[in-house]
Design a protein around this ligand. Structure first.
Ligand code: 5GP
Length: 211
């Protein structure tokens, strides 16, 4: 089969905490060799089990502000009182090399990426199947304190209100179905003509043989 050069895309997954987004992201990364995770920087302290450089780059406030001031972040936002941001350089390299990047960022970050990189962006919002399920999932996440959980529940309604800003919405009732939905979205988006940058040359060569 012919290999046609393509430009990578930016797949954004957003959701209220507890909708299952992290599980979906992990599964996608395991199953698909063409997509890498964008590792954010944050001033939030690590949770048990989180690894610096894999889950986040954990930095202090001065370093975060330096990165912001030096234009090293593609977007940044304050979520639950902590700063989060996306380092720009790895994203640019991956896109140019025809690799896709997965972003686990909130609606504020997504809006900023829309302003800067709308052509490369594919936006997916993950909804929980019900308020009850969302509450249960947050409570069984043992690493967060009761206070943090209550804060996340209270914020969920506001976060959910941003779903109309996303082009795809997945109600995460069943993980297998949601995994497949994300894989299908990615597959279709990769086939978009504008992303297949090698098409013009490919077709020209074919026509040269045909003419
Ligand atoms: P957590 O602290 O639970 O890992 O993440 C809290 C929220 O911050 C999640 O909604 C997550 O999507 C968002 N988030 C994580 N990294 C970034 C980032 O780099 N930029 C933005 N805008 N949001 C982020």
């Amino acid at each position: 089969m012919s290999h046609i050069e393509r430009r990578g895309l930016m797949l954004v997954l957003s959701s209220p905490s507890g909708a299952g987004k992290t599980t979906l992201a992990r599964h996608l990364l395991e199953q698909d060799g063409g997509i890498d995770m964008s590792v954010s920087v944050t001033t939030r302290p690590p949770r048990p089990g989180e690894v610096d450089g894999r889950d986040y780059f954990f930095v202090g406030k001065p370093e975060f502000h330096r990165m912001e001031a030096d234009g090293e972040l593609l977007e940044s936002a304050t979520v639950f009182g902590h700063s989060y941001g996306t380092p720009a350089a790895p994203v640019e390299h991956a896109l140019a090399a025809g690799r896709d990047i997965l972003f686990d960022i909130d609606w504020q970050g997504t809006q900023q990426l829309m302003e800067r990189r709308s052509d490369d962006l594919v936006k997916v919002f993950v909804l929980p199947p019900s308020a009850e399920v969302l509450g249960r999932r947050l409570q069984t996440r043992a690493s967060d304190s009761a206070e943090v959980i209550a804060g996340r529940m209270a914020k969920a309604s506001g976060e959910i209100s941003h779903y109309p800003e996303y082009e795809y919405v997945i109600v995460n009732e069943d993980l297998d179905t949601s995994h497949k939905a994300i894989a299908d979205i990615l597959h279709a988006e990769r086939l978009k003509r504008v992303r297949q940058t090698g098409l013009a040359g490919f077709v020209r060569e074919m026509q040269a043989e045909l003419d």
